[in-house]
Design a protein around this ligand. Structure first.
Ligand SMILES: [Zn+2]
Ligand SMILES: [Zn+2]
Length: 364
């Protein structure tokens, strides 16, 4: 197994090769956010006041959903401080960008910047890491879920992408409250309540049908898009004891126009190496990683990563494998034998044989 290195170790080797401007904030990223915001408001006004035919409203609904996702992805960037440096402005803009997905800036910075980034794929400390087999006993609902046939489980996982960001965010709010000093708590509460108050008020203002079209369907679409990235960022990688982004993160590839619309969010390994520089420079960081450590780096098309997620279980077995807890089938993770062609597995307690009839393939 390759020796794990910290993100600082990689960053120290790449930093000298990056241009000076890569370390400066890039406020021009806000133009994209402004465009998304204006389209969203226009969508609300058209659905709310003009009342177009249903099919037109549905198209607008999808467009607003794309804007919700774009705003959320920009919100992530803003709250890393790579767009503007002033703390109050960063939080204000971040709050607006995350308003549709109902996540407050204080909560996000605590959950994402100070925990997910610092303890990535640490079994106990990363709030976004999936469970190990030892932790599974605490989640009886998951045990039931794993008793279902693969296709049912995969369908549930796929559909859940359309709400799991907002759900996980609400869960993180209640879990993270204890991390805030008592004088900060009111602010965190207000940032949680205000977006929800806005959207619930809109329901009474517009009525349920228009609200469904203007907010709820876009919320599902926005969740689905951001979750297709978030779910593939680390979940095919092993749990680690050293926060090594090349081992614990995956960069997905998407067409260039998608990267344009999504502010280069696909470059997740690069992001974990340099969360403090604008994603505008991540293609350059990627080139340097590929020059220096091509054998350690993981990348694949987003669609392939999503298929791999649906075909493998999400419970970790001794950090580097994924286990189906009922059938005791063990699948590799990235860098540890994940088989993306045939999804071969070994049975718990048996040695893995790379070829021959001892290898069983998933039968469901
Ligand atoms: Zn991450
Ligand atoms: Zn981040």
């Amino acid at each position: 197994m390759k020796e794990l290195k910290s993100y600082g170790w990689y960053a120290a080797r790449i930093s000298p090769l990056l241009p000076e401007e890569a370390f400066k904030p890039v406020p021009t990223r806000l133009w994209g956010g402004l465009a998304y915001l204006l389209i969203t408001v226009a969508g609300f006004l058209i659905i709310g006041l003009i009342e177009p035919p249903l099919w037109v409203s549905l198209i607008i609904s999808v467009i607003v959903g794309l804007c919700f996702a774009g705003l959320g992805l920009l919100g992530h960037e803003i709250l890393h401080g790579t767009v503007v440096r002033k703390a109050w402005l960063r939080d204000f803009l971040g709050a607006i960008a995350f308003w549709p997905l109902t996540t407050g800036p204080q909560l996000w910075r605590n959950w994402h910047n100070m925990n997910h980034h610092i303890y990535t794929q640490d079994e106990h400390r990363d709030p976004d890491a999936w469970l190990s087999k030892e932790q599974l006993a605490k989640y009886p609902l998951l045990i039931v879920l794993y008793k279902l046939p693969l296709w049912v489980r995969a369908t549930i996982s796929f559909v859940s992408l359309s709400f799991s960001f907002t759900l996980h965010s609400a869960r993180m709010f209640f879990r993270s409250l204890k991390n805030f000093h008592s004088n900060k708590k009111p602010k965190v509460w207000i940032q949680f309540i205000l977006p929800w108050a806005t959207w619930i008020s809109l329901l009474f203002f517009m009525g349920p049908v228009k609200w469904l079209l203007a907010f709820l369907i876009p919320l599902f679409i926005g969740n689905f898009i951001v979750m297709s990235y978030i779910s593939t960022n680390h979940r095919l990688n092993p749990l680690v004891t050293v926060n090594d982004p090349l081992a614990n993160s995956l960069t997905v590839t998407v067409p260039k126009w998608v990267d344009f619309l999504h502010f280069n969010f696909s470059y997740h390994t690069e992001h974990h190496l340099f969360p403090g520089i604008s994603p505008k420079y991540y293609p350059l960081v990627k080139q340097h990683i590929l020059n220096m450590w091509p054998e350690r780096y993981h990348q694949m098309p987003l669609v392939n990563a999503m298929i791999a997620l649906l075909k493998t279980p999400r419970i970790y077995y001794e950090e580097t494998e994924l286990v189906d807890p009922n059938h005791h089938h063990l699948y590799g993770t990235l860098g540890h034998g994940l088989d993306l062609d045939q999804y071969k597995y070994r049975v718990e307690g048996e040695a893995y044989l790379p070829t021959g009839t001892d290898i069983k393939q998933r039968d469901s």
